[in-house]
Design a protein around this ligand. Structure first.
Ligand code: AMP
Ligand code: GLY
Length: 458
């Protein structure tokens, strides 16, 4: 089987790494790929944003399957273009990817499908702002959540206890011509669950947890994700079934009923709140860096799953098999990430990291002359696997520390709490306790963040 994957990040490298383990090994192509991907696939110099060139490349290569990794080409209609040209494509149409491209539309779909999510108000004019904030946070006792509606329309998500900062972010988005989604604050730990769909049927992968803030202990600004682990030893029993029944299946069915079949990964970003499961966001693709740990644990072949979804032939009773090992990834980010990213710094020590028993996924790398250099905000993603979560997280961390990249930073607490809780043989405290306690109505978690955070997935 010949597969072409569109993208150049860690997610695409991780997908290709898993595809390369299938038997027989598929013939792998990437556009544009990156230096890590080039070790597994033939890279073609076609930018992620150039849909015409992607179609031309596919016509030349005649792949059996095209997999589109990032959200931008999906929202721009890459899947539609490639499907019109006759290819089997894993990735939603522009209309279906609107689920990620517009937070207000996603809210509307969730409301119609009866999917639990944060209460929200969409605001299109300054005059509606104060009343909107009062509606989603009437007691002013929790942080305000203010989101730009579109992918590129504004500066993302701000979660803050400072009402003036909330207003300022909303004003900025409105002034730029965007609309604003104001949301009820959701407490409790977050879970990412990827659900593969062929437009009607849904097959879940394994849940993971992502670490969104730049710094240890969930300090600092929001990022695209600084690390992840899977499985979640603290996850309540039946979590995946719950998400399927209350979130993924109703959403896919709602879209199908609207004539917008969703083919690809419905990324369910969830909060396990003290009042139950809530959707924080949908994405229309695999998550990054969660893919690095989720696919690491998948022991069934990946290509047939993606191809069946692309062809509309997914069997609902598909039983995927998973390693019981834990996988942890620690992201090495460039100097200044996520605020003012510096690129072009030389990278060394990947061999040393891998000699420890990790493997290193390329997320934002390039080559200058003979030198591997940083070329993006999140540069590398160091992955470790093994039986014991504490050992595995220490190994991933040691791998990240073996790599030299001037000015780089990484978190040291990825999976730390979960590992400590697992060792203590309990669901533990903090986030994990809140997760296990999904059916009580007494929310005593007042440990909320007070920072102003700005999302930046660069
Ligand atoms: P999003 O892009 O919608 O996933 O938001 C980015 C991050 O902001 C999420 O992963 C959460 O950590 C945080 N966040 C978003 N919405 C909420 C909410 N309603 N309540 C609490 N935190 C939120
Ligand atoms: N790690 C979060 C995302 O992929 O959106």
């Amino acid at each position: 089987m010949k597969i072409l994957i569109i993208g150049s990040g860690g997610r695409e490298h991780a997908i290709l790494r898993r595809l390369a383990l299938d038997t027989p090994i598929p013939e792998l192509h990437a556009a544009p790929g990156n230096p890590g991907i080039a070790q597994l696939a033939t890279c073609h110099d076609v930018p992620v944003s150039d849909l015409d060139a992607q179609v031309r490349l596919a016509e030349e290569l005649q792949p059996d399957l095209v997999v589109i990794g990032p959200e931008a080409p999906l929202v721009a209609g890459a899947a539609d273009r490639l499907r019109e040209a006759g290819f089997a494509v894993f990735g939603p149409s522009a209309s279906a990817a609107h689920l990620e491209g517009s937070k207000s539309w996603a809210k509307e779909v969730m409301a119609a499908a009866g999917v639990p999510t944060a209460a929200s108000v969409t605001v299109t004019a300054l005059s509606q702002l104060e009343a909107g904030l009062d509606r989603v946070n009437p007691l002013r006792d929790v942080p305000f959540v203010v989101k730009a509606d579109g992918l590129a329309a504004g500066k993302g998500v701000v979660v803050t206890e400072d009402r003036r900062a909330a207003v300022a972010h909303a004003e900025e988005v409105l002034a730029a011509g965007g609309s604003v989604v104001l949301e009820e604050f959701l407490d409790g730990p977050e879970v990412s669950l990827f659900c593969v769909s062929d437009g009607t049927r849904v097959v879940p992968l394994a849940p993971a947890q992502d670490f969104k803030r730049a710094l240890d202990d969930d300090e600092g600004p929001n990022t695209g994700g600084m690390g992840a682990y899977s499985p979640l030893p603290w996850a309540p029993e039946g979590l995946v079934e719950d998400v399927l029944a209350t979130v993924a299946r109703p959403t896919i069915a709602e879209l199908a009923a609207r004539g917008i079949p969703f083919v690809g990964v419905l990324y369910c970003g969830l909060a396990l709140t003290s009042r139950g499961l809530r959707v924080i966001e949908f994405n229309a693709r695999f998550g990054d860096p969660e893919t690095q740990v989720v696919l690491e644990r998948l022991t069934s072949p990946l290509a047939p799953l993606l191809l069946a979804a692309a062809r509309g032939e997914l069997a609902e009773d598909t039983e995927l098999t998973w390693s019981e090992d834990s996988a942890v990834t620690v992201v090495l980010a460039a100097a200044g990430y996520p605020v003012a990213v510096r690129t072009g710094d030389p990278i060394s020590g990947i061999d040393a990291a891998e000699a420890l028993g990790t493997h290193v996924i390329h997320a934002g790398t390039g080559v200058e002359g003979d030198t591997l250099v940083s070329a993006g905000g999140r540069v590398l993603s160091v992955v470790a696997t093994g039986e014991d979560l504490e050992t595995v997280r220490a190994l991933a961390l040691a791998g990240a520390e073996a790599i030299s990249l001037e000015g780089s930073h990484h978190r040291t607490d990825i999976a730390r709490q979960a590992a400590a809780d697992a060792r203590a043989g309990s669901t533990g405290t903090g986030a994990a306790a809140a997760a296990a306690d999904t059916d009580t109505d007494t929310d005593t978690d007042t440990d909320t963040d007070t920072d102003t955070v700005t999302e930046d997935r660069a």
